[in-house]
Design a protein around this ligand. Structure first.
Ligand code: AFP
Ligand code: FBP
Length: 335
């Protein structure tokens, strides 16, 4: 079978399936190009002088790595001139980035986490980029943070790139989830899987177990039951995996099922959770739902949440539908 490059896939989506506006196609192509540049910088590692700390902190108060800052700049430079965006918001920036006056403005808002899991860079473990596309409210030419505060159901596209042994782009335009692999020689993303599906059942879970003493009772109960294995109430053994790069953990679930949890706990309660709604939870929830899985805070569907702030944090429980529903039912029985 002839290889289908991302460009062709997008043009066919535009032409045949009427699914894609031309300016959204351009947006996705430019995002993919930015991800290629990030992949290239990551691949150089120590030789590129890009490892280690940048000596700065972001709006979340987290120490930035050189690659956090570089990836953010790559995204801004790649995306601001195309005429398809009204503004961009990044996990690494306090406020939205407006399109400079010398460039035309478009109808979309791009939200992104340029380098997720950056604590893994220096140890050469998979990291990723996450992005989400929203429509700019009509008539708004100078969007501010408020215009980004739309529930996840309003996303028109979402995706992530995982920089692992190979670089993969996982994309949804609201009609299934598709996987592209970066052909490094051609410099092109090539379609390698159509319509990824997350198995409804699983025997694998991902959670940072070192937080166990901080969890709420429903999560304590759920994980206790999994760890009890064959002799416990679930009557089978479960396996645990935790990469500490959400992109890598979610990608494993996209590939072979599983449940990923960063639940509310005593450590993160004051902030509302650990992961960011706009940059991490919403795009991943759209992808997971599009692949047949489920995504919840434990108490609410993630995609229905009305964001209150650009950098808002939320609890995240996502993956194989039957397990997510079980965790949600445990929350109901304790609340
Ligand atoms: P960074 O991008 O700041 O490294 O955060 C990554 C992350 O938000 C997410 O990708 C992981 O699932 C999670 O942190 C890991 O958190 P712990 O270090 O608490 O396990
Ligand atoms: P494979 O090469 O068969 O995947 O085995 C890998 C491994 O031996 C180690 O790399 C790793 O630390 C360990 O298995 C993981 O074991 P477990 O599945 O018990 O967590």
């Amino acid at each position: 079978m002839k290889a289908v490059a991302l460009t062709r896939f997008l043009i066919e989506a535009q032409r045949e399936r009427g699914q894609l506006a031309p300016d959204l196609r351009l947006l996705i192509e430019i995002v993919a190009r930015a991800c290629k540049s990030i992949s290239h910088a990551i691949g150089k590692g120590e030789l590129g002088g890009v490892l280690g700390s940048a000596g700065s902190t972001n709006v979340q108060g987290e120490a930035q790595k050189k690659l956090d800052v570089l990836s953010n700049e790559i995204f801004l430079d790649a995306n601001e001139w195309g005429g398809h965006l009204a503004a961009l918001a990044s996990e690494e920036m306090d406020d939205p980035h407006l399109i400079p006056h010398r460039y035309p403005k478009g109808n979309y808002l791009l939200v992104f986490d340029p380098l997720d899991g950056s604590s893994n860079i220096d140890v050469n473990v998979s990291v990723g980029t996450i992005f989400s596309v929203l429509r700019c409210p009509e008539g708004i030419t100078e969007p501010n943070a408020e215009h980004f505060l739309q529930p996840g159901v309003k996303q028109v596209a979402a995706g992530y790139t995982v920089y692992g042994p190979s670089t993969l782009l996982i994309l949804t335009l609201g009609d299934g989830v598709h996987q592209f692999t970066l052909d490094r020689e051609l410099g092109s993303f090539v379609l390698t899987k159509r319509n990824l599906r997350i198995a409804e059942d699983t025997s694998e879970f991902a959670i940072n177990m070192s937080n166990q003493r901080h969890w709420e009772p429903p999560v304590q109960r759920y994980i206790d039951e999994l760890v009890a294995g064959k002799t416990g109430p679930r009557e089978r053994d479960f396996n645990m995996r935790w990469v500490a790069s959400m992109v890598a953990d979610v990608h494993r679930i996209m590939t072979r099922g599983g449940i990923f949890m960063y639940p509310l706990d005593a450590k993160t309660r004051d902030k509302g959770g650990k992961l960011r709604l706009m940059y991490e939870a919403n795009p991943m929830a759209m992808l997971v739902e599009q692949a047949g899985g489920a995504a919840s805070t434990g108490r609410q569907r993630i995609l229905d949440l009305a964001p209150a702030a650009l950098h808002q944090r939320v609890p995240v429980i996502l993956g194989s539908r039957n397990e997510v529903e079980r965790v949600v039912s445990y929350h109901r029985s304790y609340d």
